[in-house]
Design a binder for this molecule. Structure first.
Ligand code: ADP
Ligand code: MG
Length: 586
């Protein structure tokens, strides 16, 4: 192993005089505690390394040892249900399993292993070598690492083994042997290989109406949630983690204050997954790198999280990775870059901010895996722009790489209108590609209704400006009606409380029923106004109040109640129109 000696150290960055060869991105161990670091630059006989742990006490002369390998993490079944730091070291479990300076691996847990392989079988890189059962009895594939292939030379009988125990020995084509365990190491900065990317036209179902019905994100797609302080980013990410239809959730708390992570940390273990009836933690991996943890580890944590997500994707699962927040990650990048003495660019961020963001979002995809399965990683990143200004570098660069943009609005949040996603500042590119999926899920009118809702909301914004000048009552009746209908879409459809038992998750079928009901109301209202009914009369209809409350009152399983509501809407409009027709003229 190569050796170097520290010459200079500043916070998480050190320069050391190398006494042997080092490679870029090689993992290093620093000082007597063996603190974990990584070579980020080589200048002649000097290496520059960033250290992922607290460097207090290090001084010139202290040894830096090369490990001969890039920074890697161990991927295996023991990840699910646990909480880790930014380098995937345990923050949960027994006290002695807790992370301590220089710690290398998490302890290997024991799992059942069975395999259909026999001695003499060929194993391709990334192929399934066996299967394990998790606590919830769910089967999880055990994979050969993407860089290992060969012929089975020996295999253990079915039984219980530690994650890092050899279960299969391969003889590789060059005659060497390679031992495989249920878990394997993979370098954090190298995307895991795949066979091919797939174009998907199915959404990640989030259970949030404004997202699924107006601004969907694809399974394997990428979305950003920019929002100023307190606009609801964390609550929204948590709602998605709890309610979306992914098989596995990787939740990255990146640089937020510890108390902001507290919600996730103590709530998740107690929450029940409605689909399985078991703890939500069993499908979740939490990576927590709070603001009091070393800044360089925050920079690495986002790659760790992406690698963990890809590992589960490779088993043929749909994975959603939520990162809260990518701004704190970018700040870590800025801080470390400053210590290197790099020239700052826009906003003080290094010039490579944009390409790093691109690299991260590039890891979202639906794919055919090496094992021939279909899996996906959907990336959802919160952005906390300073003073809520979306023109700052992190937001503007992220915009170039994501397809769905869910902009949280301060005014909506202040009015306690949640989720505070602004329907006119948000978008979803390629939304129309999801129309066939919606047709399969009972809403063939989805695309038309979506366009209608968005048009109404857009007209509302313009009319409100006008109404502020001339007064709402001076607007023509049709325009007053537009304001009424847009208000109803907002109130009855877009508003959705994350804390309502019934409404925190809304199934696509219910979203479709609500959309169609509102569409019908708007049709009838337009006819009524043409027949001379004043919009103020419509605003007082009994059914309007019921529509406003339907989200919190009608459950996913009670779709028939929407038909009853529709019948009521029809009869109330019929009564109103008759009343006007019968009224004496003049
Ligand atoms: P941010 O992460 O953007 O700083 P939070 O997600 O912590 O903001 O939200 C701040 C507060 O706003 C929450 O504590 C909660 O009271 C309220 N809030 C945010 N989103 C919702 C929601 N969807 N439903 C109800 N309340 C919400
Ligand atoms: Mg937050």
């Amino acid at each position: 192993m190569s050796l170097a000696r520290i010459r200079w150290i500043s916070g998480p960055v050190l320069r050391a005089q190398a006494e042997g060869p080092f490679a870029m991105r090689e993992a290093v161990r620093v000082g007597p505690q063996g603190l974990l670091g990584e070579v980020v630059r080589i200048e002649g006989d000097e290496i520059v390394a960033q250290v992922y742990e607290d460097t207090a006490g290090l001084r010139p002369g202290v040894e830096v040892t090369g490990t001969g390998a890039p920074l890697a993490i161990a991927l295996g079944p023991g990840l699910l249900g646990n909480i880790f730091d930014g380098l995937l070291r345990p923050l949960s479990g027994d006290a002695d399993a807790y992370v301590h300076p220089g710690m290398r691996q998490r302890r290997a847990e024991r799992f059942d292993f069975t395999s259909a392989l026999q001695v003499g079988d060929s194993v391709a890189a990334g192929a399934v070598i066996g299967e394990t059962r998790l606590g919830d009895r769910r089967a999880l594939a055990c994979l050969a690492p993407p860089d290992a292939d060969g012929v089975v030379a020996s295999i253990v009988p079915a039984g219980r083994y530690a994650e890092d125990e050899c279960v299969v020995t391969l003889r590789t084509s060059d005659g060497a042997t390679r031992q495989l365990a249920m878990r394997h190491d993979w370098p954090v900065r190298v995307p895991r290989p795949i066979v091919q990317r797939l174009a998907t036209h199915a959404p990640l179902v989030t259970g949030q109406r404004i997202l699924d019905s107006l601004f969907p994100v694809a399974l394997g797609g990428k979305a950003a949630i920019p929002g100023g302080f307190g606009t609801g980013k964390t609550v929204l990410l948590e709602a998605l983690a709890k309610g979306c239809n992914a098989d596995v959730i990787v939740y990255l708390g990146c640089g937020e204050r510890g108390n902001e992570m507290a919600g996730v940390l103590d709530e998740f273990p107690r929450l029940v997954d409605p689909r399985t009836g078991r703890s939500l933690m069993e499908r979740t991996v939490i990576i927590a790198n709070t603001s009091n943890m070393p800044v360089a580890a925050r920079e690495a944590s986002i790659y760790c999280a992406a690698t963990v997500a890809e590992y589960f994707r490779d088993q043929g699962l749909h994975v959603a990775l939520m990162a809260d927040s990518t701004s704190r990650w970018a700040e870590a990048l800025r801080e470390v870059s400053g210590r290197f003495g790099e020239l700052p660019g826009e906003g003080g961020y290094p010039a490579y901010l944009s390409s790093r963001l691109a690299d991260f979002y590039e890891r979202a995809a639906a794919v055919t895996t090496l094992a021939g399965k279909t899996g996906s990683v959907t990336l959802i990143g919160a952005i906390s722009p300073p003073s809520g200004d979306f023109s700052e570098p992190v937001t503007s660069h992220t915009k170039r790489y994501v397809k769905s943009f869910w902009a949280l609005d301060v005014k909506r949040a202040q009015a306690r209108f949640y989720p505070a996603i602004h329907p006119l500042q948000s978008y979803s590119e390629d939304a129309r590609l999801f129309a066939p999926w919606w047709t399969e899920h009972g809403n063939s009118q989805w695309l038309a209704l979506r366009r209608r809702f968005l048009t109404l909301l857009d007209q509302e914004a313009q009319l409100e400006r006008m109404a502020r000048i001339i007064g709402k009552d001076a607007l023509p009746l049709r325009q007053q009606l537009t304001l009424l209908c847009a208000g109803l879409v907002d109130e009855a459809f877009l508003r959705q409380s994350a804390f309502s038992e019934i409404d925190r998750v809304c199934a696509p079928e219910r979203q479709g029923a609500m959309m169609r009901l509102l569409g019908r109301f708007i049709d009838l209202a337009e006819r009524a106004v043409a027949a001379g009914v004043h919009p103020d009369r419509m605003a007082q209809m009994h059914c309007v109040r019921q529509l406003q409350r339907m989200g919190e009152e009608v459950r996913d399983a009670e779709l028939a109640r929407f038909d009853e509501l529709a019948a009521q809407v029809e009869s109330e409009f019929a009564a109103l129109t008759t009343e006007v027709a019968d009224a004496p003229h003049g």
